[in-house]
Design a protein around this ligand. Structure first.
Ligand SMILES: Cc1cc2nc3c(=O)[nH]c(=O)nc-3n(C[C@H](O)[C@H](O)[C@H](O)COP(=O)(O)O)c2cc1C
Length: 211
C-alpha cells in the first residue's frame, strides 16, 4: 500500500495493453477463469453489493448461441476468441446484501422498494466490475476485446430468460429471469500482428480539471 507498482506492470495494465480482434491458438483454461474472478472480486462496489454476474462462454456450442445476437463486425472475432464473457448484472443483487453488507440490515428493504435505485446501482457497479475484469485479465497475461455491438434483448433471452438455464453457469448464482447483459468481452492471448496503430487519447487538459 502506498507503493506504486513498477513500470513493467503499468505497461502491461495500461500503456501497452490493446484491444484485440485476432487471437493466438492458445486456450484459456477454466482455472485461469477462476483465477480471474478470484482477483476481480476484490475490487470495490457500492455497499459491496457486487451486482455483476459473469457467463464465460468457452465452448463452440455456447458461442453459437451468442452468434445471432452479435453485430456483423463482431462475429468473426468473437467466434475465434477462446472465451467470450457476458458481463451481466443481477437486478436482485440486493438479496445477497445480508452476506455482503451485514452491518446495515436496512439496505435490502431500501433496494426492494426502489427499482430505479436498483437499476442505477446494478448498471454502475457491473460496469465497474467489467472494467475490473479487463484489468485483472491483463494482470494475468490475458488480452481483452470488449464489445457493445450486440442485441441485448437477444442475449438476455438466450442466456438469462426465465425458464432457460444458463449454459455453463452455476444456477445457484444465476437465478433465472432477472439477469441483464451489460457488455461482452472476448478473452484470450491476442495476436499483435493484426493490431492497428494506437488511437489518440485526450490530453489531461481536455479531460480533467483541477478545482
Ligand atoms: C464498452 C466497450 C465497447 C466496445 N465495443 C466494441 C465493439 O462492439 N466492437 C469493436 O470492434 N470494438 C469495440 N470496443 C473496442 C474499442 O473501440 C477499443 O477498446 C478502443 O478503440 C481502444 O483501443 P485500444 O485498446 O487498442 O487502444 C469497445 C470497447 C469498450 C470498452
Amino acid at each position: 500500500m502506498g507503493k506504486p507498482i513498477d513500470d513493467a506492470a503499468l505497461d502491461t495494465l495500461f500503456r501497452e495493453a490493446r484491444t484485440y480482434a485476432k487471437w493466438q491458438p492458445r486456450p484459456v483454461t477454466d482455472d485461469t477463469l477462476r483465477n480471474l474472478y478470484e482477483l476481480l472480486k476484490w475490487a470495490p462496489t457500492s455497499a459491496n453489493a457486487s451486482p455483476a454476474r459473469f457467463a464465460f462462454l468457452r465452448t463452440k456450442e455456447a458461442k453459437e448461441r451468442l452468434r445471432p445476437a452479435l453485430a456483423p463486425l463482431n462475429v468473426d472475432k468473437t467466434m475465434a476468441a477462446p472465451v467470450t464473457v457476458i458481463v451481466a448484472y443481477d437486478l436482485k443483487f440486493y438479496e445477497q446484501l445480508p452476506k455482503l453488507f451485514p452491518q446495515n440490515p436496512g439496505m435490502v428493504k431500501l433496494f426492494q422498494g426502489n427499482p430505479e435505485m436498483v437499476e442505477v446501482t446494478a448498471k454502475r457497479n457491473s460496469s465497474l466490475q467489467g472494467a475490473y475484469l479487463i484489468m485483472a485479465a491483463r494482470s494475468l497475461g490475458l488480452d481483452c476485446g470488449p464489445m457493445s455491438g450486440f442485441d441485448q434483448t437477444k442475449v438476455d433471452d438466450e442466456f438469462f430468460s426465465a425458464g432457460k438455464p444458463c449454459f455453463g453457469c452455476d444456477q445457484e448464482f444465476f437465478p433465472e429471469g432477472h439477469v441483464r447483459t451489460n457488455f461482452l468481452c472476448n478473452l484470450g492471448y491476442g495476436d499483435p500482428s493484426a493490431l492497428h496503430p494506437r488511437l489518440a487519447r485526450l490530453a489531461f487538459n481536455e479531460a480533467c480539471s483541477l478545482l
